[in-house]
Design a binder for this molecule. Structure first.
Ligand SMILES: [Zn+2]
Length: 279
């Protein structure tokens, strides 16, 4: 499912959208319009020009002139792509926005967990107000991250998934970052040393940057704004590699359940804290 790198790739590849006017809106599935009626949603968009494309965590933020702000969250299987007018739609095409100059912006979502919000209208997007810092910006501070982890008794994997601590990390990049840092995902967050947190801080940034360089991870669904898949799946060291040999030590990658999520790790390179002490 799309995490920070994938949403950022969508943002970048939707660049041609800027300057275009939304001329018509067709909503085929009301459920993906969140917090306001389909009619109100369309009225906020039609005749407005796209002036900016931004991202915050896993939210894509589309600024419309004169003043509407449209938010999109892709959740599990959402896709936002530019398509030719009249190109065949799929069974999961839920929203079409016709653009000035031809073509349209399409929203597809097989599972329908994602959707659109208009900022300031109806129900606010969940978690937006409490989103933590962007991990690839200077706003993310290592010392503050360490202090925050000192107050958390749960596993470090759960802390990485908490969007209030750091925005945009999901299941794939949490597992990959913990592998890169050599930390077992079940390690209690508050037990990590300053050195370990420092390693994790660097690993999260490196893992996200690497995924961006490889155009995001396509396991089954992710496509960029032009309909192209990412190339980062081949780069993954643990996620989705249960039973395959670890590239570092050859031990089979294991999968367990932590923080309600499937969690992949190398039992040798990422030893639990207790057995690390025993050695
Ligand atoms: Zn290993």
């Amino acid at each position: 499912m799309p995490e920070l790198p994938e949403v950022e790739i969508v943002r970048r590849t939707l660049g041609p959208l800027v300057g275009r006017r939304i001329e018509a809106v067709r909503v085929r599935c009301d459920g993906v319009i969140r917090g306001l009626s389909t009619e109100a949603f369309s009225a906020h968009l039609i005749g407005h020009r796209v002036r900016s494309l931004d991202r915050r965590g896993k939210y894509l933020i589309i600024g419309l002139a004169p003043k509407t702000t449209l938010l999109v969250h892709l959740r599990m299987t959402g896709r936002l792509t530019l398509a030719e007018t009249g190109a065949p739609i799929s069974a999961h095409t839920h929203v079409q926005m016709a653009l000035s100059g031809g073509g349209e912006l399409r929203y597809e979502d097989q599972r329908r967990f994602g959707g659109f919000w208009v900022l300031g209208e109806g129900t606010p997007p969940p978690g937006l107000a409490t989103l933590g810092p962007e991990p690839l910006s200077d706003d993310w501070d290592r010392a503050r991250f360490l202090r925050q982890l000192r107050h958390r008794s749960g596993p470090i994997k759960a802390a990485l998934l908490d969007q209030r601590l750091v925005a945009g990390v999901g299941n794939i990049y949490a597992d990959e970052s913990l592998f890169a840092a050599g930390l077992h995902p079940g390690t209690p967050a508050q037990s990590l040393s300053e050195e370990q947190v420092g390693r994790l801080f660097v690993a999260v940034r490196d893992t996200l940057r690497h995924a961006l360089e490889h155009h995001g991870t396509t396991i089954s669904d992710f496509l960029d704004g032009t309909g192209e898949p990412g190339q980062n799946a081949q780069e993954l060291k643990v996620y989705g590699r249960r039973g395959l040999p670890c590239e570092g030590c050859g031990a089979p990658i294991e999968k367990t359940r932590l923080a309600g999520r499937g969690t992949h790790f190398c039992p040798t390179c990422q030893r639990p804290a207790a057995s690390a002490k025993e050695r």
